[in-house]
Design a protein around this ligand. Sequence first.
Ligand SMILES: C[S@@+](CC[C@H](N)C(=O)[O-])C[C@H]1O[C@@H](n2cnc3c(N)ncnc32)[C@H](O)[C@@H]1O
Length: 215
Amino acid sequence: MSRYYPDSKVEIQGLFAKFYDNLLNIASLGAYTRFINKAIRLMQINPGDTILDFGAGTGRNALLMHQYLSENGEILGLEISEEMISQFRKKSDKFDNINVVKQRIDQPFSLDKKYDKVFISFVFHGFPFEIQKNILRNAREALKEDGEFVMLDFNEFVTDKTPLYFRIPFKAVECKYAFEYVERDWKQIMSEFGFNNFKEQLFFRNHFRLLKAKR
Ligand SMILES: C[S@@+](CC[C@H](N)C(=O)[O-])C[C@H]1O[C@@H](n2cnc3c(N)ncnc32)[C@H](O)[C@@H]1O
């Protein structure tokens, strides 16, 4: 599959997709596991929540979110990579209330109902600005009136002012869209798209952020 956005690094393919979870665990020396567990706990998921997971990856996050749901709650992952979808299905097979569909999040789509939460984890930073606006529109459209958009991603910062231990790997690994993303004021932009009541939690010396916004 060729990349839709050749300069992006979130369209993960091949061996990187196949071993995505393990590579994150190894590269972070286990810190990623503690971080993602904590971030998902801080989402304050209600037992009956219906959750859309934009760019759901291997299903690792879906399974963590599922711990907080009752049988009335539900998770639907939207994903484009066949490899990721197959891992997601394998992981979530035994749960009727976790599903995944092949669906782009950067183009308009319609679902047969509205959701309590839209979650997007380490996907948003990897798109051009105009496309990020489409994703915000899609998230708003998919949410119930009092629904919540939850974005786990890099925080905002001036890259060249970050400490070297962060700046060097960030510049080595990330794409040009990520460099633009971190320097924008997302609460201001999101409020122009109808989101409000922002709450945020910061991690890893403020380089990562869980940002919640009400529709
Ligand atoms: C960096 S991974 C993050 C996966 C997961 N959210 C997580 O936190 O582990 C980015 C994911 O977004 C998916 N993706 C990229 N572009 C997408 C698009 N346009 N629509 C849906 N999913 C997309 C990729 O296939 C990949 O699984």
